[in-house]
Design a protein around this ligand. Structure first.
Ligand code: OGA
Ligand code: MN
Length: 293
């Protein structure tokens, strides 16, 4: 069989794709998302995301407005608590960048330099994100993605039983003060918008019913009900398992790539680059989600 194939669903998918990893992720080819005629295909991508967890579309030229329009087909969009990085004129677009203009950063630098799922620190975390590369360095700055379905399904049954009903506390403030120790702390208003929250360690995909591990580094403060050391050791072991090569896909960005990922069943992590030499500008929209269960 060729690498490119029609997806076999009840109604044939109106796009061509190839797998990115044996267990999750597809690249959709032959698609021009700038054209509003592609809306029907975008709606098929919304469905495909439930199955594949990650969708890459390369070679796109998207206006900010079109990026937002496509994203809205996935659900309501969230605006980020760090308002200083909503610099495109459209509040739905959160900018990740090392670039400053007139002495002001146009985006959040070092966003996501740890394994996480977007907005896991709120009561109703994001269901998915759409990250579009505007300017990328020629080397470095890959993004790693892990399938948390594969991570859960490959755990030893005894571990599955042990953690099945555990919960964890996710904390934005704790993460922010560690990740961005060189910056001014969160304002009272930002803190008020991001109190600590408790989520299941094993969550159910609301549309497919498939289970996934729901952990992460830094933002996840503790596994609840365990002594601190035991919680830290278990969390580290689950994270190490989840991010092993077998369950991860490394994305090397080209300008014009759009990646849509399902935050309910994947984690991701940025990797460093020479930020003195190279510019990086990424635009993210963030789709609202529901309470994990
Ligand atoms: C994000 C994120 C990582 C990266 O956009 O949510 O974590 O490599 N990005 O930019
Ligand atoms: Mn992220």
């Amino acid at each position: 069989m060729s690498m490119s194939q029609r997806l076999s669903t009840a109604t044939p998918a109106p796009f061509t794709s190839r797998p990115l990893h044996p267990g999750f992720g597809i690249e959709v080819t032959d698609l021009d998302l700038s054209n509003p005629d592609s809306d029907a295909v975008v709606d098929a991508l919304v469905t495909a995301l439930d199955t594949h967890s990650l969708i890459l579309v390369r070679g796109q030229t998207l206006s900010n407005a079109r990026h937002v329009d496509i994203s809205r087909r996935f659900g309501d969009l969230l605006t980020h608590v760090l308002k200083q990085f909503l610099t495109t004129g459209l509040p739905e677009i959160y900018v990740l960048s090392n670039v400053s203009e007139q002495g002001k950063p146009i985006g959040n630098h070092k966003e996501g330099w740890n394994w996480h799922s977007d907005l896991s620190y709120v009561a109703e975390p994001s269901m998915g994100s759409l990250l579009y590369s505007v300017e990328v360095p020629p080397e470095g700055a890959d993004t790693l993605f892990a399938s948390m379905h594969l991570a859960w399904e490959s755990l030893p049954p005894a571990t599955q039983t042990k953690i099945r009903n555990m919960t964890a506390t996710h904390s934005y403030e704790g993460y922010y003060s560690r990740a961005f120790a060189d910056r001014a702390p969160l304002t009272d208003e930002q803190k008020a918008r991001t109190p600590d929250v408790v989520h299941p360690v094993v969550r159910t995909h609301p549309t497919t019913g498939r289970l996934s591990l729901y952990v992460g580094q830094d933002i996840v403060k503790q596994i609840d009900g365990l002594p601190a050391e035991e919680s830290a050791a278990l969390l580290a072991a689950l994270n190490a398992h989840a991010i092993s090569d077998a369950f991860t896909y490394r994305h090397k960005w080209q300008q014009g790539d759009l990646i849509i990922w399902d935050n309910r069943c994947t984690m991701h992590c940025a990797t460093p680059y020479d930020d003195n030499r190279y510019r990086r500008v990424m635009h993210r929209t963030t789709v609202a989600g529901t309470r994990p269960f």
